[in-house]
Design a protein around this ligand. Structure first.
Ligand code: BGC
Length: 733
């Protein structure tokens, strides 16, 4: 990183605390701890990546585990709740360079004056460890008690509201020794999760009490101040059966090690791990510090979702930051976030795709279940890869009123999105090992799905795809969705291309093709579909979002696409209009930009922008990216700046449910593939075609392409590429 980047948030408002909970979340790809202040009760505990439990309606959901970092202070036996403090002065600083959240607070409570400073980190290197260190000072009062519990009352809310599910139970507990340890299991018995916690109090501790209640395990420290500040260090270790058969043993072992090594070492090690991560990016935008900082904020949260050890990485739509979308994985990961990880942490990108490989068998089963061949990826998935999209959502307790959700039945495009992601990964990394061992199988099996999904239409004399939903979710059950058809075509075309590559490479590549059972007849059929699939475009270049779209009521939004419009549940009525929820045709044109004449892209971009509500946060970055590619730089910048507000300014009013991962990824995709115009093929940098906003003098960053670390310095009319791995520099005018 070029300098320290810090985001400062002042003040305390209980009704806004859940918003801060999301944006101040700390995570390390394995555990996620929301950012609510430790001194105040919160309904959230921690999340463990990949740990889900059965739930009605949503099939499975990420588990809200116990809160392990609450620190509750009582002065003269009365709890200091921030809401009842006088002269409260709270500042939180999220230092993204260090990956540390600093809190400092002063407040008056009766005569007592409290000053409180803490740092919190979720360790980047020791993936089991959470550290929170607090320094507390009290004036005009000497006695104070500090409670550091493990709160076992954390639950997941169900729909309708006010019904909750607790997804875990305690199967073992030990509070007798030097630390507190618990072993939990999820209710459906699939996972075990262990917690080991130690509180170290420096100061004059008069009395320590440890006890259990039904909803918490408590440690209470009664302290006599004598005007000396006290320090409380809490180290918590969390381990799950995803990483080891004996999570309790692991959690205790890691805790003991961390306690032995001590706070200073833990902090130094953590900061240095973040430093190396940031060295992979080193973004600098000369002429726009504001955008540089904001992009790094989003990068911070994206980096928090990956680690470098797990065999596969699942990225929930709202990260390890909240319960939004129940922790389910969507196309968001493959299409929106992958370019960021490919560019800066290709190893993590590979493991994100390994999640898709891991659930390939389930995708095969899904295809079979729906009457198709090959592999059909579920629209929403969790740890086990089974379709997890709710079919219906009840609106009342008895379920008398329900909304039917059609996305799971119809958003078939996700299957092509996964294939596209495999290809993009290969283009940037040239990772043949992945392609050979995993990628080919995904590409062929997804192609087989499309080959069985298309139908031949005798009137059109073309292959068609009926009854789907494109990315625009206002229009269910349509025929020949532009996005779906062009992405399906791309999927088939890629399967043909990589089949030919495999034959060319010979030996083990051919063995692989044989193992998957791809025949030349099958490939011939794929080719036939590619050459003859119906794409709903007119002679003037305008492409209907789906067949018949032009006959719908022609309307535009009041923002003309340059702002967001929230229609809430009225979307049911929008199906008869041309208003759309998010980039759809535009998304396809961005992803497959080189495959369409510029005037076609231009015509469609201009048509759809004023008809888009951007009600999905996935929309703005795609429009921004395409506008940049088209050289409509001012508009691109405007849309980009708006998208930058998504979580930093709670643009959609739902950041409290979790971080908008796809938007964050989309913003970086807009920078990399839109404003910078980077293109790679088979692990080689092919070209950089900058389309920079007027006031951007230059953009500098590090990027990984083909296993090499490049430093780019991009100006409007020149590009300089330094190969850091080889010490070469190349200047392209
Ligand atoms: C969007 C989808 C997206 C999902 C999860 C929906 O509102 O329409 O495209 O995958 O949110 O982010």
């Amino acid at each position: 990183m070029n300098r320290e980047y810090e985001f400062v948030f002042k003040g305390f408002n209980p009704s806004r605390e859940e918003y801060y909970g999301t944006i101040l979340t700390l995570a390390n790809g394995v555990i996620g701890v929301r950012g609510e202040i430790e001194l105040y009760p919160s309904k959230y505990g921690f999340f463990a990546s990949g740990i889900y439990d059965y739930t009605p309606i949503f099939y499975r959901e990420i588990v809200n585990f116990p809160r392990v970092n609450g620190l509750y202070i009582k002065v003269n036996s009365k709890p200091i709740l921030l809401a009842n403090c006088d002269n409260l002065n709270l500042t939180r600083r999220l230092n993204i360079s260090q990956g540390i959240l600093y809190t400092s607070l002063e407040c008056r409570f009766g005569k007592a004056e409290l000053s409180y400073n803490s740092l919190r980190l979720v360790h980047r290197k020791r993936r089991n460890i959470l550290l929170q260190h607090s320094r507390i000072n009290l004036k005009n009062s000497e006695k104070l008690s500090i409670e550091t519990p493990v709160e076992l009352d954390k639950v997941n809310p169900l729909i309708p509201a006010n019904i909750y599910i607790k997804h875990y139970e305690v199967v073992d507990m030990d509070i007798g020794g030097d630390y507190t340890s618990l072993l939990l299991k999820t209710i459906d018995n699939r996972y075990k999760v262990a917690i080991a916690s130690k509180t170290i109090v420096l100061g004059h501790v008069e009395h320590v009490d440890k006890y259990t209640l039904t909803d918490k395990v408590v440690e209470v420290y009664d302290v006599d101040f004598k005007n000396m500040p006290i320090e409380v260090t809490r180290i918590v270790s969390i381990s799950t059966s995803r990483e080891t058969e004996d999570p309790l043993d692991k959690a205790v072992g890691e805790l003991e090690k961390a306690v032995r090594d001590g706070r200073d070492l833990l902090v130094a090690e953590h900061i240095s791990s973040w430093k190396s991560l940031w060295d992979n990016i080193k973004l600098r935008i000369d002429g726009d510090v504001e955008v540089e900082e904001k992009l790094l904020f989003y990068a911070f949260h994206l980096l928090q979702l990956v680690d470098d050890e797990q065999e596969y990485i699942m990225i929930p739509a709202r990260g390890l930051h909240g319960l939004g979308y129940r922790g389910h994985v969507f196309w968001d990961t493959d299409i929106y976030t992958l370019p960021f990880y490919i560019a800066f942490t290709p190893e993590a990108a590979r493991r994100i795709l390994m999640y898709r490989y891991r659930i390939l068998d389930k995708a095969r089963l899904n295809a079979r279940k729906n009457g198709y061949k090959g592999a059909q990826y579920p629209w929403e998935s969790c740890d086990d890869g089974i379709e997890a999209t709710p079919r219906e959502i009840p609106l009342d307790v008895l379920g008398e009123n329900r909304i039917r959700i059609l996305t799971g039945d119809m958003e078939h495009h996700i299957t092509a999105d996964v294939a596209y992601a495999v290809h993009l990964y290969y283009e940037f990394t040239g990772d043949e090992e992945f392609l050979l061992n995993y990628g080919l199988e995904i590409l062929f099996e997804t192609a087989r799905f499309w080959a069985s999904r298309v139908e031949y239409d005798d009137d059109k004399k073309a292959y068609v795809i009926r009854n789907v939903m494109g990315p625009d979710e206002y229009h269910p059950s349509v025929d020949n969705s532009f996005y779906t058809n062009v992405m399906a075509r791309k999927n088939l075309e890629l399967a043909v291309k990589y089949y030919e590559l495999a034959l060319e490479k010979g030996n083990k590549w051919i063995d692989k093709v044989i193992e998957i059972g791809v025949t030349s007849e099958e490939v011939a059929y794929w080719r036939k579909i590619v050459n003859n699939i119906f794409i709903p475009c007119k002679n003037n270049g305008f492409c209907e979002e789906f067949e018949g779209y032009s006959n719908l009521r022609n309307m535009t939004t009041k923002t003309k696409g340059l702002g967001i419009v929230k229609v809430g549940e009225k979307f049911l009525e929008l199906k008869d209009t041309q208003i759309i929820k998010q980039a759809d045709v535009v998304a396809a044109l961005f992803l497959l930009y080189d495959e369409f004449p510029k005037h076609v892209v231009e015509v469609n971009y201009k048509y759809y922008l004023p008809r888009t509500t951007h009600e999905s946060s996935l929309s703005l970055p795609m429009y921004a990216g395409l506008a940049a590619k088209l050289g409509r730089i001012d508009e691109a910048y405007k849309l980009f700046k708006l998208a930058l507000k998504t979580d930093l300014e709670d643009l959609y009013g739902n950041t409290s449910d979790g971080f908008h991962v796809a938007t964050a990824g989309g913003l970086w995709t807009t920078l990399l593939l839109g404003f910078l115009g980077i293109k790679a093929s088979s692990g080689k940098l092919v070209k950089i075609e900058p389309k920079l906003p007027e006031h951007w003098k230059s953009v500098e960053l590090n990027i990984s392409i083909g296993g090499r670390k490049l430093h780019l310095r991009v100006r409007k009319n020149s590009v300089q590429v330094d190969d850091k791995s080889r010490g070469e520099a190349k200047r392209i005018e």
